[in-house]
Design a protein around this ligand. Structure first.
Ligand SMILES: *Cc1c(COP(=O)(O)O)cnc(C)c1O
Ligand SMILES: [Zn+2]
Length: 422
């Protein structure tokens, strides 16, 4: 049984039921079929107790997810990730209550597993045999892994610039991967290709963009549920979110809203969207106070954070209002600030994140310096993707590692030459 009350198109407002098995608005208007739950039908006290007794995965929150039958759930046990209280990093950047939500420990190395466990479960519920995605890499890896688990075929269209390591991961799960060349300005070629195969072959669209699949949006909201539980029933003051298409941010906001509706929390957090300078359409729209339905695409994305190079923020129409409603901010960061943050996080907290996954830290450092984020505020930093996803971004930063004979003299010389004092 499901507690979904209805689906409603974010553009035309038409309402649909879960039973209609839709992924996109039939009016083809690019709207997202936002999912609404019947909170009244959920017994608040019972549901809280039920949640408490289940294992800590995304599916702990089954009643707040859009899958009807439990037997359709496809899971690699994503979710239940640690919220780590920072001591070293927080001192370095002058904050007192910094927590790191470590999403790198998910099954395929990013939070996208939360999205795709829900997305693929719906493919099974709809009895569709082939899944397809447009992705910069992580969403495709998560979709490929969950499709493999479900015995479904998977096609992934990735940007020409996707890192080879990411493609190898996707292919290893058995997916068929293709790089797609950008030929039209401001258009994502992978999305163009996705539309074609969905129309031509009737495949199940499952990118991490709401307008193509509203079910997967519901996965990341479980991160907010977990954060509240890990903070013992409180909302943080801030959540720092690396932002590309805005789907993650939309999900995070939805999660806190669900818990507010259920009276599990008293207040909502402020959200901070962080984008790289080389691809910041949402930050620009926020600063210019643009209409959320008329966000201008970015022209030529150029950033080391490959997972944040969405030329068009597909869920910007929900992300922008969420930022405003939360009294949040949007901040952009340079590639060198991202790399500096990557080193800082690894060397102070022992967490290895890819540039995409650590971009929000670069934003946090700036916001703390500006005094936007205050010293005493409770901050949750989302670290969203594992460093091993993109090892090249790291190895290129260091010089040659010294080789020595097993001699103390050699050793001491090499330390001096390469690292400094003993
Ligand atoms: C996809 C992704 C993001 C950004 O999520 P959006 O929904 O595109 O805004 C952030 N971090 C990682 C590691 C990702 O894979
Ligand atoms: Zn519509």
């Amino acid at each position: 049984m499901s507690f979904v009350a209805k689906l409603k198109c974010s553009r035309c407002g038409t309402e649909y039921s879960l039973k209609q098995k839709l992924c996109m608005c039939p009016k083809n208007d690019g709207g997202r079929l936002d999912i609404f739950y019947d909170y009244e039908a959920l017994n608040k006290r019972d549901i809280r107790r039920t949640f408490r007794h289940r294992p800590p995965t995304v599916w702990k929150y089954f009643e707040l997810l859009p899958v009807e039958k439990r037997e359709n759930v496809v899971t690699l046990e994503a979710g239940g990730t640690p919220l780590i209280r920072s001591r070293n990093l927080s001192r370095k950047i002058g904050l007192k209550n910094l927590y790191i939500k470590n999403e790198t420990v998910n099954p395929t190395g990013s939070f996208k597993d939360r999205s795709m466990t829900v997305g693929v479960s719906k493919a099974v519920e709809f009895a569709i045999q082939t899944t397809a995605t447009a992705s910069s890499g992580n969403a495709a890896a998560a979709l490929a892994a969950h499709s493999a688990k479900a015995g479904l075929k998977c096609y992934a269209f990735v940007l020409e610039s996707a890192s080879e390591a990411k493609l190898a991961q996707i292919r290893l799960y058995g997916a068929r991967v293709m790089r797609v060349r950008a030929v039209e300005k401001g258009k994502d070629p992978t999305v163009q290709m996705l539309r074609k195969v969905v129309e031509n072959y009737g495949w199940y669209p499952c990118p991490s963009f709401g307008p193509f699949n509203p079910y997967q949006v519901e996965g990341p909201k479980t991160m907010s549920y977990e954060v509240v539980e890990q903070l013992e029933g409180r909302s943080p003051d801030w959540v720092m979110i690396p932002t590309g298409s805005g789907c993650l941010l939309t999900g995070i906001w939805k999660g806190f809203k669900d818990f507010k509706q259920l009276d599990f929390i008293e207040s909502m957090p402020k959200l901070a969207a962080v984008q790289p300078e080389g691809c910041a359409p949402l930050v620009r729209a926020f600063e210019r106070n643009d209409d959320p339905l008329k966000i201008e695409p970015w022209d030529r994305p150029n950033t080391i954070a490959g997972g944040l190079s969405d030329v068009y923020p597909w869920d910007g129409d929900a992300a922008l209002p969420a930022l405003r409603e939360s009294h949040g901010v949007a901040e952009k960061v340079s590639d060198s600030e991202i790399l500096e943050s990557q080193r800082l996080l690894a060397s102070t907290e022992g967490i290895f994140a890819e540039p995409t996954g650590v971009a929000a830290l670069a934003g946090l450092i700036k916001l703390a310096e500006k005094g936007v984020v205050k010293k005493d505020e409770v901050v949750v930093l989302l670290v969203t993707g594992h460093g091993l996803k993109d090892p090249q971004a790291v190895s290129s930063q260091f010089g040659k590692t010294p080789t020595i004979n097993p001699s103390t003299q050699d050793f001491e010389n090499a330390v001096k030459d390469c690292y400094g004092v003993l």
